[in-house]
Write a protein that binds this ligand. Sequence first.
Ligand SMILES: Nc1ncnc2c1ncn2[C@@H]1O[C@H](COP(=O)(O)OP(=O)(O)O)[C@@H](O)[C@H]1O
Ligand SMILES: [Mg+2]
Length: 271
Amino acid sequence: MRVWAVANQKGGVGKTTTAVSLGALLARAGCRTLLVDLDPHGSLTAYFGRDPEAAGASVYGLFVPPGEQGAADPRGLAVPVAPEGLALWRASTAMATLDRQLGAREGMGLVLRRALAAVADRYDYALLDCPPMLGILMVNALAACERLIVPVQTEHLALKGLERMERTLAMVGRSRRAPLPWVIVPTLHDRRTRAGAQALEALRARYGPRVWRGVIPVDTRFREASRAGRALPEIAPMARGSQAYAALLEDLLAGRGQAPGAPAQMKEARA
Ligand SMILES: Nc1ncnc2c1ncn2[C@@H]1O[C@H](COP(=O)(O)OP(=O)(O)O)[C@@H](O)[C@H]1O
Ligand SMILES: [Mg+2]
């Protein structure tokens, strides 16, 4: 099982949309895929029509010692969601209390990694949708994944969240055995606005080969899909947004997440 995390210490940049879209595309390609909602707000959970306020097994239970009330067995946590082949580990709002409860306790950084290992035979991919704040859940995600996708909205202030993310990666990197490859994915890109074009340019100038060669455009159909509780690539594979995520997935699978040698022309064409 391959584990990819989607993270950025900023909300509203398209993390959940990226997890849902890539998850649906992987499932449609025949890969058994697990989506893991690590955000106490539970937007991924709510996306698929489940209530993060509801009682019941959730990612929270993985952090409760086995045998204690509320503990969850990773092998019993998944619920199927659409399309076929996609499963979800839901979040619960109680996850917001984890940092206060466990923050200082030793050895809590590998909880998710161990839980995922217990289901590694069941899935080809796991996608971790991270909360926008640094805490025990994000630390667990960064310890459990082998690749990180950082959606960045192409607007001026977005670069701030990215700087925070870089500091986090530097910190986490020291405790990881293997380095963590990460790729920046420009999201919510509006090519018609000057601000959008400038932000994209600034992103590429500053982070160069770390930035994926394409962009995820603004596509109002994402909102439509989220209202329907379905992934856009599932209900409208030809939509601009779906096509962009398909191109991203293709590059990720081909190990072309970053494109150091991509000719400028090609970048332009894709943008
Ligand atoms: N490419 C896009 N085009 C248009 N709307 C988008 C796009 N990506 C995300 N959105 C919308 O923007 C909002 C925030 O996206 P979301 O994926 O929830 O961000 P995050 O998980 O980073 O907080 C949602 O309403 C979502 O539907
Ligand atoms: Mg989200």
